[in-house]
Ligand binder design. Structure first.
Ligand SMILES: Nc1nc2c(c(=O)[nH]1)N[C@H]1C(S)=C(S)[C@@H](COP(=O)(O)O)O[C@H]1N2
Ligand SMILES: [Mo]
Length: 205
C-alpha cells in the first residue's frame, strides 16, 4: 500500500473523515515552514503598517496598535499546501477580511485582489474568493499563541479554501484591482487559481 493510501486510511482512526483530504494530499500533524527569502524582523513594530488600497472608497492604513484594536474572530480550518501536506483543524485568530473590506468600502469595479507581503512577495485571487468567506482571516494568532514570525507573524492572510501559497505571510497590504496580475508563485509555475479539490497545482493543471 502506498504512503498516500496508508495515510488516508490512518485518518479514520484519528476520527477525521477522509473526504476532508483533497486528492493527492497527505495529512500531517507538523507545521512545515515554506517560503522564499528571509523572515522579516520588525523590531518594536513602530514602522509596521497594514494598508487597504486600490479600488476602495476609503483607503486604509493601520498602525500595529490600530490593527490590534479591531474586533477579533477565531477560525478553525484545514489547510492544504501544494507540496502535498494538509493539516486539519488549525486554529487561527485575527480580523476577518470582510470586516476590513467593509471599513474600506470595496468598489464594484474591483474584480481581483493582490496581496502584498514583505520583500515584494505577492499573490493574486478573485475578489469573490477573498470576500464573503467567513474563514478568510487577517491572522495574527495561531493555536492560541501569537503567530510566530517564521509562519508569517505579525500578520498573514488566511484563505483556507485555496492552496496555502495564497495565504501570504508578512502581509502588508491588500490591493483591489480591475484586472488580474499573477503573483510570485503564479509567475513561477504555480496555477493561477489553486483549488486543492481540483488539484490545480501548476499552470496547465
Ligand atoms: N510572504 C510569503 N508568503 C508565503 C510564501 C512566501 O514565499 N512568502 N510562501 C507560501 C507558501 S508556498 C506556503 S506553502 C505557505 C507556507 O506557510 P507556512 O510556512 O506557515 O507553513 O506560505 C505561503 N506564503
Ligand atoms: Mo507552498
Amino acid at each position: 500500500m502506498s504512503f498516500f493510501d496508508k495515510n488516508r486510511d490512518e485518518l479514520a482512526t484519528s476520527g477525521i473523515d477522509r473526504s476532508r483530504l483533497p486528492p493527492g494530499q497527505y495529512s500531517t500533524g507538523r507545521f512545515p515552514i515554506l517560503h522564499e527569502g528571509p523572515v522579516p524582523d520588525y523590531g518594536d513594530f513602530s514602522n509596521w503598517t497594514f494598508e487597504v488600497v486600490g479600488l476602495v472608497e476609503r483607503p486604509m492604513k493601520f498602525s500595529f496598535e490600530e490593527f490590534r484594536s479591531l474586533p477579533v474572530t477565531s477560525v478553525l480550518c484545514d489547510i492544504h499546501c501544494v507540496t502535498k501536506w494538509s493539516k486539519f483543524d488549525t486554529e487561527w485568530a485575527g480580523v476577518t477580511v470582510d470586516h476590513v473590506a467593509d471599513l474600506a468600502g470595496v468598489m464594484p469595479e474591483a474584480k481581483f485582489v493582490i496581496a502584498h507581503a514583505e520583500f515584494g512577495y505577492t499573490t493574486n485571487l478573485p475578489v469573490e474568493d477573498l470576500l464573503g468567506h467567513p474563514h478568510n482571516l487577517l491572522a495574527y494568532r495561531f493555536g492560541g499563541d501569537e503567530l510566530e514570525p517564521i509562519h508569517g507573524g505579525p500578520l498573514r492572510l488566511l484563505v483556507p479554501h485555496l492552496y496555502f501559497w495564497k495565504s501570504a505571510k508578512w502581509l502588508r497590504a491588500l490591493e483591489f484591482v480591475e484586472s488580474d496580475e499573477p503573483g510570485f508563485w503564479e509567475s513561477n509555475g504555480y496555477h493561477n487559481y489553486g483549488d486543492p479539490w481540483k488539484e490545480q497545482r501548476y499552470w496547465g493543471d
